[in-house]
Design a protein around this ligand. Structure first.
Ligand code: PGA
Length: 257
């Protein structure tokens, strides 16, 4: 089997004006231009997507939407279609982030529809799943993960599954500084791959599963060395070029050895 190419994506959340976004990606472009065999992405706010796409044109860094809608057009005030992200030059769409689930009522069913729409638009969906602290404490982690996975994957055909990226993000580790230990993360990643194998057989081995939740330069390499961790979805540490570059390089190093 071909080794899975790691994928590191910076989720900027509600941060950075267009000018700030351009300054950051110009730094990334200068520092990461020569890296191969690692996929790199940034997810700006919607208003900065197009200028960032233009600035990154011809580089090895792709652009992601932080969400998308499943309808292509119509009376859906405030939404942005997956096909419109593709039209703006995006390569990826983050779907089902825990902040969308917790603050904006995203359901497992909607995550499935958005995943389908992203694939239809030619985007790579980055589907986020993960348990809350209460679910972990009550032994519900795997049940929650399985329900979220089912929501996302029910609408996908076996031949498409390797176009999907999954991001395991334990909610208790997001923005808290409390990272899952490499062993804790690997345990869940292995479980996720087992679930994929039950549904999709050997294709499961080609699906990339990112870890997200307080990834920093200091802990990135040990996380990325785990056999079923294939990159990271990076929040806070993606807002400063030096930290994000260090994390991308750590993933590159960990995968290459
Ligand atoms: P964090 O966020 O790295 O700031 O914990 C990760 C995420 O929300 O994707």
């Amino acid at each position: 089997m071909e080794a899975r190419i790691p994928i590191i994506v910076g989720n900027w959340k509600l941060n950075k004006t267009i000018a700030e976004a351009l300054a950051l990606v110009t730094e990334l472009k200068n520092q990461l231009a020569s890296l191969r065999r690692v996929d790199i992405g940034v997810a700006p706010v919607f208003t900065a997507i197009h200028p960032v796409v233009k600035r990154l044109d011809g580089t090895n860094i792709g652009v992601a939407g932080q969400d998308c809608y499943w309808q292509d057009r119509g009376a859906y005030t405030g939404e942005v279609a997956a096909s419109m992200l593709a039209d703006a030059g995006c390569r990826y769409a983050i779907i089902g982030h825990s902040e969308r689930r917790q603050l904006f009522g995203e359901t497992d069913e909607n995550v499935g529809k958005k995943t389908r729409a992203a694939l239809d638009a030619g985007l790579t969906p980055i589907v986020c799943i993960g348990e809350t602290e209460a679910e972990r404490d009550s032994g519900e982690t795997f049940n929650r993960i399985d329900a979220q996975l089912a929501g996302a994957l029910d609408s996908i055909e076996p031949h498409e599954v390797d176009r999907v990226v999954l991001a395991y993000e334990p909610v208790w580790a997001i923005g808290t500084g409390r990272t899952a230990s490499p062993a804790q993360a690997q345990e869940v990643h292995e479980h996720i791959r087992g679930q994929l194998r039950q549904r999709f057989d050997h294709v499961a081995d080609s699906v990339r599963i990112q870890y997200g939740g307080s990834v920093k330069p200091a802990n990135a390499e040990n996380l990325m060395r785990q056999p079923d961790i294939d990159g990271g979805l990076i929040g806070g540490a993606s807002l400063a070029a030096a930290d994000f570059v260090a994390i991308v390089k750590a993933a590159h190093l960990a995968m290459g050895s």
